[in-house]
Design a protein. Sequence first.
Length: 174
Amino acid sequence: MKRLLKKLNKSGSNNSISSSIVIYYPERVSLGNFIYIGPNAEINGLGGVEIMNGVIIGPNLVLHSANHSFKDSKYIPYDETFDFRKVTIGENVWIGGNVIITPGSNIGEGCIVGAGCVVSGTIPPLSIVVGNPCRVIKSRDSEHYYRLKKENKIYLKEKLERKLQPQINLNYNE
């Protein structure tokens, strides 16, 4: 894992990356700080990938930043050329499990991407999206979000520095 992370274009600090992650073309992938990437992620960085600070990604992510060219191709169904389309994941995005991110996607700051989503295109900042294809169902409270950001209350940062523990209530009668 350490060898893979050293091959990245940029790798920030205090990241927690599962050992089962696969990154193709790691030299075209940039990671910010305080990032968590869960088990079994597959990232194809051919077209460029930027994951900014504070991002949390659940298990089984599939992310593509390039696709085979088919328009004016020399062969069918496609030829040996590629369409490179950078993927950007903004600060403090939370991505659920089993999400697919397609080439050229841009997920705005503070978004929440529901489990099983297929992301394509641009998602506005602070959006909460679900479905296939994903659609915005609501937005986060911007005043609350930006207050916490100004106070530097980033979960993975706080977890590391203050040794936060999950608070789990197992009393099912409530």
